[in-house]
Design a protein around this ligand. Structure first.
Ligand SMILES: [Zn+2]
Length: 315
């Protein structure tokens, strides 16, 4: 199958991993001086799309030096174990809190099946295979990774997950942000710009840490963010404010509905109403049923993550 990808500036390619649908989950390829790196991999089933992209761009598998994982949620990292088998010179970089779960993914697999169910795991994520310990490198805050002379800087970015890291690319003045700078689908772009909201995924969502992280990232004065969900956006102080506002908005919904007997269902419903309302304010004119369909892809997980957060913070 032909891979679907978007060629961006600065040798950066946004590869559509085609997880569940198009324009949903990206992995990035950076090329520089004949060397290449992946940032995130999509899930196990996405690996052919990544390898086909290399083939189509005439990049030898031997030219790939690095696979950098923003965090270990499977739509970002689930393919790394399979991908590394095809890339003889590459190592995998991951946050120290994520490393053990990639060497022995049994707990991660059980956690994911707990959240998504066995059927979804098999059908949409495929598998999760271990990464050999000697191919894994712990990435720490301020570490510099050299890609053919181009410097990629690791930034520790807790909030969406405690073990989340972002990558600052000096060349593009851009941040490869995983889930830290939010989710933003191109279907919701309007004259007002991009609509951004927070994926409050289980099990480590931490709003205070996340907001601090966003402030730290915006102090770098990025020109752009490369989101996993989905593609490149302009990221300004205004974008940061929008994301922080909606983290607060999601938390307020969770707190307000914390004691309802059918908590999960009512939070999910309230989140959908919230997102539809901000879309309207943002000037989105896309058909309502299409909006609902797009938002619903994230709501189950967002509501679950808020539930876990409420339980962790209840006295
Ligand atoms: Zn995530």
């Amino acid at each position: 199958m032909n891979p679907i990808y978007h060629q961006l500036e600065f040798g950066i390619t946004c590869i559509d991993t085609e997880h569940i649908r198009k324009d949903f989950v990206a992995a990035y390829l950076i090329e520089h001086n004949g060397r290449a790196a992946f940032i995130d991999t999509g899930c196990h089933l996405s690996v052919p799309a990544l390898l086909n992209t290399l083939k189509e761009k005439n990049i030898a598998t031997e030219a790939v030096d690095h696979i950098i994982l923003t965090h270990i949620h499977l739509d970002h990292a689930g393919g790394a174990g399979e991908l590394i088998k095809h890339l003889p010179n590459a190592n995998v970089y991951v946050h120290e809190r994520g490393a053990q779960h990639l060497i022995d993914p049994s707990k991660l697999r059980a956690g994911v099946i707990g959240v998504y169910g066995e059927l979804f795991f098999k059908q949409f994520l495929g598998d999760l295979i271990p990464i050999p310990e000697d191919r894994l490198i712990i990435a720490k805050d301020n570490d510099l990774i050299n890609l053919g002379g181009r410097i990629l800087k690791i930034i520790d970015t807790p909030g969406h997950a405690r073990h989340h890291l972002c990558v600052w690319d000096e060349q593009s003045q851009g941040i490869f942000s995983g889930d830290t700078l939010g989710v933003s689908y191109r279907d919701f772009d309007t004259e007002q710009g991009e609509l951004i909201f927070p994926p409050t995924t289980p099990v480590q969502f931490d709003p205070e840490a996340w907001i601090e992280t966003i402030k730290k990232l915006i102090s770098l004065k990025p020109k752009t963010a490369y989101l996993t969900h989905f593609n490149q956006i302009v990221f300004t102080g205004k974008s940061a404010d929008m994301l922080i506002q909606h983290i607060d908005g999601f938390v307020a919904i969770a707190k307000k509905l914390a004691h309802q007997s059918n908590r999960h269902a009512v939070i999910k419903e309230a989140l959908l109403d919230y997102l539809l309302e901000i879309a309207t304010k943002h000037g989105v004119t896309l058909d309502k049923t299409k909006q609902i369909k797009l938002f619903k892809g994230d709501l189950e997980i967002c509501a679950q993550g808020l539930g876990v957060w409420l339980d962790r913070n209840s006295p």
